[in-house]
Ligand binder design. Sequence first.
Ligand SMILES: *[C@@H]1O[C@H](CO)[C@@H](O)[C@H](O)[C@H]1NC(C)=O
Ligand SMILES: *[C@@H]1O[C@H](CO)[C@@H](O)[C@H](O)[C@H]1NC(C)=O
Ligand SMILES: *[C@@H]1O[C@H](CO)[C@@H](O)[C@H](O)[C@H]1NC(C)=O
Ligand SMILES: *[C@@H]1O[C@H](CO)[C@@H](O)[C@H](O)[C@H]1NC(C)=O
Length: 387
Amino acid sequence: MFLKFRRIRRCQCMQLMTTCLVLSVVMVCWEQLDNSVVSHVKSYSYRYLVNRFIYINKSLTIPREQARSFSNFQYLLDHPDKCAGKDVLLLLFVKTSPENIERRNAIRSTWGNETYIQNTLGVTVKVVFALGVPQTKKEEPSWSKRSGIGFQEQLVHEDSLHGDLIQQDFLDSFHNLTLKLILQFHWMHSRCAHARFLMTADDDIFVHMPNLVSYLQDMSSRGVTDFWIGRVHRGAPPIRSKDSKYYVPFEMYQWLAYPDYTAGAGYVVSGDVADKVYQATLTLNASIYIDDVFMGICANAIGVTPQEHVYFSGEGKAPYHPCIYDQMMTSHGHVEDIYDLWKAATHPQVKQRTSGLMGRLYCTAVKMALLCKPYYFNTYPCKAAFF
Ligand SMILES: *[C@@H]1O[C@H](CO)[C@@H](O)[C@H](O)[C@H]1NC(C)=O
Ligand SMILES: *[C@@H]1O[C@H](CO)[C@@H](O)[C@H](O)[C@H]1NC(C)=O
Ligand SMILES: *[C@@H]1O[C@H](CO)[C@@H](O)[C@H](O)[C@H]1NC(C)=O
Ligand SMILES: *[C@@H]1O[C@H](CO)[C@@H](O)[C@H](O)[C@H]1NC(C)=O
């Protein structure tokens, strides 16, 4: 009896010690855990169990006069008549930085060529570039500040050639991306309100314009409203680690999860959503500088939720293959290869190789091989193979 009792005590003692050991290891690793695993667990439980974001609007709503400070920047370059008198299917804003002239030229002569789109696809798409003013560093000597002015002159020159730069008088920086988002919705509201869709995209993205146009024509003929499509982030937690580019302090956003939003690399909204988002920006605090999250906050305020399209890539890059080109919408991270990709992706052979029963079977097999891998790699999801 006594012996048994002692054995139990020893067992419990061992258990207690093991628990302590595990706990202390967990405590030591807590910093890292808190930043990744725990914050995801917390945010997913928040997103899927609590699933209430109604308070966001209330606490981020500010008086109109104060909200105006996020939008009342002067236009330095503008084209008020860009859309006038035209039946615009899509207004496409490319978020660009002043120095990225090569990226803009690549877009102009590939997927963003309005003439090509008009002649070949028979629709009007307006491609414009949204930017702020070039940065000049404080510590730079005055001669290089003068070259900062030269920078603006270069932009004026570029704009006189192409007529597609929309520039406002705010500093073009990562932390001002939300101002750039607001610029886009306000510009559409005042200069292109009749466009049926609005797209916003990064300047290192590839857009398969023929696929996108036929998809949007289909959506438009069905009269879609409340339409917001892209690669959806659900229940993403705010990043509280100060080392991160996406660090957001608690004072700026207090909750455990962001509302659902689409990756800022490229997404499309219908005209009615664009107008409602514009209305929302008139009364929301736009201090949060992650522009796609702010878009999620606006959409949350107006009751719109994003839908996933498997061929919008988010941060990822599409595999190079005709079977992918046949269906891709966007692919992220293309700079040097954009000319080749445009040529390959719009080649008539793509349709020939992928059509018919044999072509479709072949492509399903190819796409499974390309997209369905046992490990994570950043591209279209496996289910896109069966789309
Ligand atoms: C755009 O396409 C048209 C017609 O396809 C072509 O003539 C023009 O050179 C293209 N523009 C650019 C900048 O490549
Ligand atoms: C954003 O732009 C404004 C206006 O130019 C500027 O005062 C501010 O410093 C910029 N903010 C950041 C974080 O760059
Ligand atoms: C907007 O939010 C920021 C913090 O993210 C805060 O400092 C600022 O006071 C808020 N603006 C208004 C008008 O409430
Ligand atoms: C936010 O909520 C208030 C009421 O709670 C509502 O009056 C307002 O229209 C909402 N804001 C937006 C932008 O929808």
